[in-house]
Design a protein. Sequence first.
Length: 249
Amino acid sequence: MHRDDLAAATFAVIDVETTGLDPKTDRVVEIACLRVRGGRVIERFSSLVDPGRAIPRRASAIHGIFDRDVAFAPTLRELEPQIRRMTADAVVVAHNARFDVGFLPFVAERPVLCTMQLARRLVDAPSYRNEALRDFLRLRTPYPLGAPHRAGSDAEVTAALLLELLRRYEFGPYETTVPALFTLVARRVTLARFAFGIHRGKALRQVPTGYLRWIVDAGFENWPDVRHTAMTELGRRARCYSSSGAISA
């Protein structure tokens, strides 16, 4: 079987918990990696990580990891060989992958698949957060999950989501190869509504122009479909203004 066939591909699902949101200044406090092949998880690894700095209370409030928990944990540098081994021949997978991979630059050389972006192309869901997709798709994991926002639990959900998305992909009108899967994910999607912020759930036509411009200017690199949607709607409005003889603001 060709190595590009999805049935033969190996995926390494990763998840990290951190001291904050900025990979330039924040650090990993927990990491998990699951190897997936042939429709099942074939290897699991997770560990607390000593970030080499104090964990802010606002971060501990989210993931429940405190300084005392990581006091004797290995550093990320010490865990790097293990993560490199588990991702060496694999497609790296994460939910909102730019975030996780941003904290793991040594896996960035691998092809990276974002399950959030893949889900947007294969599932019409009210939300694309990991927990929301788990509930919406009624995903099952082989073991009882721990608390959300822990690396092991979140990686298990992402692995279950990946397997369900691959199942849907293989039953769709697509070529069942890894390159074709990445081609699908690379296509930008125009969203019907935004699932965040003060205009969450509104039809795009009801979202103020200033808010759309803010999205475009802010970049939204982690959510490229959001920025694409804002740009598309701004373009539609500009064409409407032009055709009606009005002057665009």
